[in-house]
Design a binder for this molecule. Structure first.
Ligand code: FAD
Length: 317
């Protein structure tokens, strides 16, 4: 019996969220007195998994799986779970994991809880805390099925090193034609920049910027910090910025380590999307702006003066 973790990768490189999931799986395995088995699909840097506590990695290497395919990936993970007699399966909260989870849950007759934010409160019965209502509340849920699937919320557990001796095994799942009934034919990336979902730092701006011509200073600050750029809904509605940058209840959720909000009032629908970010910095010229109540650090002042100065100071580091 082991805890199985699916380690998502992109272009052969295991993602940071997957390493966080391995740390989390190790935490559960310690609670249950067992070990962590990882399953990777066409990934190159599997040796990294030992650093975060994996005892074994099942390496799937199959050209048919070069592109993400929900049915086929779920089938491969389900077969690995059965082979390993895994009773807990850890996924992330990425778009791909959200696609995989329901299929996997049906395949394994398992209960699934997404957006888990901490180690299980207890493992028998298995009870986890997870965020609900766009991160405005936490629920505590017992999973009563024999096999349990949890989706770890991004940046909620962190990377925890736990060097473990690890074995690598080639794993060839039996995939049939039905696994390939659907296929992603091509992907048009909205941008080559760091995506909002993957970014550690997000620099976001709102209607206070007055117009699209003023976004240069936002992009400069984002470049200095290696951050993704984002915006409020009206900004993308007016076409000042692409819709892919729209953050909030009706846009993308952000779970970055640092979220800098510039000229954004802090409406509840915007805050719903950024609640999971760790540190929030607000720059606004209205001291009564609601965003200050949700902020860890606030600067009251004109963005057009503050942002260039902040950028100059940061560049000097
Ligand atoms: P404003 O509310 O106009 O705020 C601009 C801010 O900039 C003000 O606080 C002002 O003090 C400040 N400012 C002005 N000039 C300067 C300056 N020179 N320097 C510094 N600060 C300055 N919104 C979202 O963002 N995401 C969503 O997903 C979303 N979903 C919605 C869903 C529904 C059903 C509804 C009804 C609304 C939704 N909204 C959403 C809209 C939301 O209610 C707000 O209207 C929106 O977030 C406001 O955008 P803003 O803060 O950019 O603009």
């Amino acid at each position: 019996m082991s805890v199985l973790v699916y380690t998502e990768s992109e272009e052969g490189v295991i993602k940071k969220i997957a390493l966080e999931a391995v740390s989390y799986a190790k935490g559960i395995a310690d609670q249950m007195g067992t070990s962590v088995t990882a399953i990777s699909i066409n990934a190159n840097n599997t040796s990294e998994l030992a650093k975060y506590g994996a005892s074994k990695v099942l390496e799937v290497s199959d050209d048919k799986l070069n592109k993400f395919n929900g049915e086929a990936y779920a089938d491969a993970i389900a077969q690995a779970a059965k082979n390993e007699d895994a009773k807990v399966i850890v996924l992330t909260s990425s778009a791909n994991s959200k696609f995989l989870a329901p299929t996997l849950a049906v395949d394994l007759n398992a209960g699934f809880v997404p957006n888990v934010v901490a180690l299980p409160e207890r493992t028998s019965p298995f009870k986890v805390k997870h965020s609900v209502f766009t991160n405005k509340a936490f629920a505590h849920t017992e999973i009563k099925t024999e096999v349990k699937i949890v989706g770890l919320g991004k940046n909620t557990f962190g990377l925890k090193e736990s060097e473990t001796s690890m074995s690598n095994e080639a794993f060839s799942p039996n995939l049939d034609a039905h696994d390939f009934d659907m296929e992603i034919v091509s992907v048009d990336k909205a941008t080559d920049q760091v995506t909002i979902a993957d970014a550690e730092i997000v620099v976001s701006a709102g209607r206070g910027l007055k117009g699209p011509e003023n976004w240069g200073m936002i992009e400069d600050l984002a470049n200095t910090l290696g951050a993704a750029t984002a915006c409020s809904k009206p900004v993308s509605d007016m076409g000042w910025r692409p819709h892919s940058e729209h953050v909030g209840q009706t846009g993308k959720p952000v779970a970055s380590n640092l979220y800098i909000a510039i000229g954004i009032s802090g409406a509840i629908q915007h805050l719903a999307g950024i609640n999971s970010s760790k540190v929030k910095v607000v720059i606004n010229n209205d001291p009564e702006a609601p965003f200050f109540k949700a902020a860890d650090y606030g600067i009251v002042g004109d963005a057009f003066e503050i942002v260039p100065q902040l950028n100059e100071k940061l560049k000097a580091f």
